[in-house]
Design a protein around this ligand. Structure first.
Ligand code: NDP
Length: 715
């Protein structure tokens, strides 16, 4: 701001009582009216900028830069103004291809990133990874015929698009006169056939694009997570895409080699206080949280007990104390997001195979070198923190990483084995059939005489390995009954592969929880923390509360139909505890009919005593349980009994409760069970009440819309 000496308002100056001029007085003396207006404008703009993403809950496109050390932030000043027009962005960045992604859990996003790297590695095609929420959907009409658009989009819930695809969704479903004659596109959808409306989002989007005149370059690819084949489905479609690039569009294959999009530099000079040592700060999780203000808490485990234990699996009831965090609150039906840690032996194995053990505690600074790439990890940090807490190093290996690893193989035999496994899906499946393979185990398995893979750049690992994400558990306690303690119900699987107990597939979070429980039982036992720096006190974990719409009706007198299988009983246990408490307080509570399915009554009937206690307390008139045990040896071994069978038997009561008494239906457990239940309900309404399919569909949709039919289903 220029201070105009000639036009200063001398009358505004005020001498200090000492008779000399303070700095403020001198500035004040020199201010003009224009200066005051200028200052006001700067103040307003600054407040607007700083509050962006806070006051109005808008995502901040530079949010990831919060995780960089201040000296790395200079790049903010060099960033061009962001356009929301995708065609302009493609032109600015000189990219031939745009890969749009719409992702709820991050899988579609990571497949999009893989495709971007592969088209570059194999064809030298420069592509732009585009979060659908970052662009105006209408600007797709401006994409010229010289470019290729790829859509990778997941479907979740009742056939809904991911949140970040909402704008595209409303554009394709509402616009009529769009002309997309120049658009050449390829599309891949991610879905799960256990749910209704399998891959509906990609079907609707591509149907609309075709209707607008766009040209599909190949058939739409679809992944089915119910078969556990998402990555293989994607690779099969990617092969078709690459075939089309060669035969139809005339691209020539070339092996461009690894082109880093970020730099990772060991840097001893950083301030130790700035180093991220493992406290969760995943920028994407924060972005998803309301206003990006995800707050992760260190919670002590205060109680851990086994609900059952068997050779193949056990089930844990775990309670965490919230009393040290006055601001941390939960509501009955919410989820607890648990941030797991990688087991120390897996961290050591991978660091050893990479030859990085001696650098594990040296600070590392990470910076983006390619504009438009989002930083997935906090910086500065250490290898201990990255491998122990931030990177998902225990996830199963997928075949698509193998071709990119070949260039770093330490010997000819490792190179040849990698080349064979990467090009032959059957050989890869066979290879995986008797072992659980993560990156560390693969490198160990393929190395000759324990040779380490020292030429794999750290930047490569940071690009390819996905960040460790929290795992969600339905809270099994009631916020009314125990507001300062939160409990979860976790199933720990010890299922061996091919009968060999050494070859287990350990669930990362559940094994971590089992370790915490063991620590609680034996407080003196050595901690298995991966890092030299303790980031958590003993038997504490990092967690946050994830809000869920799975909620009881405000009026406790409303009757409930509750359907659960296995650990799906968790939130329903909380509902029943709440109703019981209200009953004890002489408040009117509605009737509850619980259908519960498990493998066997002897071992796996979770919270049996508690349920029976609730029944005694509420009385048979207010609470009934119907059970279905699928592997009960006393029952028919051929035909399994599932909760749906009990629902069929009690359909008359259910229909009366839901249709005549304003009752609510709650379903919790596997997606397969929820789907089976929907099918039985449809059949019963048709057989017993002569409803047409349309009438049932319309009624079920309305019940869900009005939140009188709620589901909390996984898998
Ligand atoms: P189980 O695998 O033990 O299954 C529970 C019962 O459901 C068994 O009797 C099983 O029979 C039966 N079942 C299997 N297929 C069907 C079907 N199509 N229709 C009806 N019943 C069926 O359950 P888990 O506890 O291991 O897993 C339950 C599911 O609930 C998981 O998907 C989990 O992610 C989810 N969930 C877990 C929550 C938690 O907080 N822990 C909360 C919400 C959901 P059989 O195996 O003999 O065929």
């Amino acid at each position: 701001m220029a201070i105009d000496m000639a036009s200063k308002y001398h009358s505004l100056h005020l001498p200090t009582h000492h008779g000399d001029w303070s700095l403020w007085d001198r500035i004040y003396d020199q201010l003009t009216l224009d200066d005051c207006v200028g200052l006001l404008v700067i103040l307003v703009v600054t407040i607007a900028y700083l509050s962006h993403g806070y006051l109005w809950d808008k995502p901040d496109p530079y949010h990831h830069l919060w995780f960089e050390k201040p000296q790395a932030r200079s790049m903010v000043n060099n960033l061009p103004a962001q356009t929301r027009n995708i065609a302009t962005k493609l032109e600015e960045r000189k990219k031939e291809m745009v890969i749009f992604w719409g992702s709820q859990s991050g899988t579609a996003e990571s497949l999009a990133a893989r495709l971007s790297r592969e088209v570059n590695r194999r064809f030298g095609i420069e592509s732009l990874l585009a979060d659908l929420s970052d662009y105006d959907a209408a600007s797709i009409t401006d994409i010229p015929v010289t470019k290729i658009a790829v859509f990778i989009l997941s479907t979740y819930g009742e056939g809904d698009p991911p949140d970040n695809a909402n704008e595209l969704w409303s554009w394709v479903t509402t616009q009529k006169d769009v002309k997309l004659n120049d658009l050449r596109y390829a599309a891949f959808g991610l879905g799960n056939s256990n749910y209704n409306a399998f891959n509906r989002a990609i079907d609707i989007v591509t149907k609309s694009l075709d209707g607008f005149g766009a040209r599909a370059l190949l058939p739409v690819g679809k992944a089915d997570d119910a078969k556990g084949s998402t990555v293989e489905d994607f690779l099969a479609w990617q092969d078709e895409l690459f075939g089309m690039l060669k035969t139809t569009l005339g691209y020539r294959e070339q092996n461009v080699g690894y082109q880093p999009t970020l730099s990772a530099v060991y840097n001893d000079s950083v301030n130790p206080a700035d180093i991220h040592r493992g406290i969760p700060v995943d920028p994407r999780e924060r972005k998803k949280a309301r206003g990006g203000r995800l707050k992760v808490y260190a919670l002590p485990l205060t109680e851990g007990r086994e609900l059952f234990s068997g050779s193949e699996r056990s089930c844990l009831h775990l309670e965490f104390d919230l009393s040290q965090h006055a601001r941390l609150k939960y509501k009955t039906g919410d989820h607890l997001a648990v941030w797991p840690q990688n087991p120390v032996q897996e961290v050591n194995r991978l660091l050893h195979m990479l030859g990085l053990q001696s650098q594990r505690s040296v600070p590392v600074s990470i910076a983006i070198t390619e504009p438009g790439i989002e930083l997935k990890y906090p910086t500065p940090t250490t290898l201990d923190a990255l491998f122990g807490y931030y990177m998902d190093i225990c996830g199963p290996m997928s075949r698509d990483l193998l071709p990119s690893l070949i260039q770093f193989a330490p010997s000819e035999s490792s190179e040849a084995r990698l080349a064979q496994l990467s090009s032959d899906p059957a050989a890869w499946t066979e290879y995986l059939s008797d072992k659980h393979i993560n990156l560390g185990r693969l490198l160990e398995d393929l190395s000759e005489d324990g040779q380490s893979w020292t030429s794999i750049p750290l930047s490569f690992l940071l690009e390819y390995i996905p960040p460790l994400k929290p795992r969600y558990f339905s809270i099994s306690s009631s916020a009314v009954v125990q507001p300062r303690r939160v409990s979860i119900t976790a199933l720990v699987s010890h299922t061996p592969i091919n009968g060999n107990i050494q070859n287990q597939i350990p669930g990362l979070a559940t094994t971590y929880l089992a370790r915490l429980k063991a620590q609680l039982a034996a407080p003196g036992a050595a901690s298995d923390t991966t890092s030299a720096v303790q980031i958590l006190p003993p038997h504490h974990l990092h967690a946050h509360i994830q809000r869920s719409p799975f909620k009881l009706p405000a009026n406790a007198a409303v009757p409930l139909i509750l359907v659960a299988s296995g650990t799906g009983i968790a939130p329903l246990r909380a509902f029943l505890a709440e109703r019981s408490r209200l009953h004890r307080m002489d408040r009117p509570v509605g009737r509850c009919l619980l259908f519960y399915g498990a493998r066997s009554a002897q071992n796996e009937w979770l919270y049996r005593e508690e349920m029976e206690e609730v029944r005694r307390e509420l009385g048979q008139g207010l609470f009934e349980i119907e059970t279905a045990f699928s592997r009960d040896p006393a029952k028919d071994p051929v035909r399994k009994c599932y909760v749906q069978d009990r629902v069929r038997e009690r359909f008359g009561d259910i229909a009366t409760t839901l249709l005549n008494e304003g009752g609510y239906l709650y379903v919790c457990g596997s997606a397969r069970m929820a789907r089976g239940l929907g099918k039985i309900m449809d059949e019963c309404f048709a057989e017993k009440m002569a409803w047409s399919k349309e009438r049932y569909t319309e009624w079920a949709a309305r019940m869900k819309r009005e939140r009188k039919w709620q589901e909390d289903v996984w898998g």
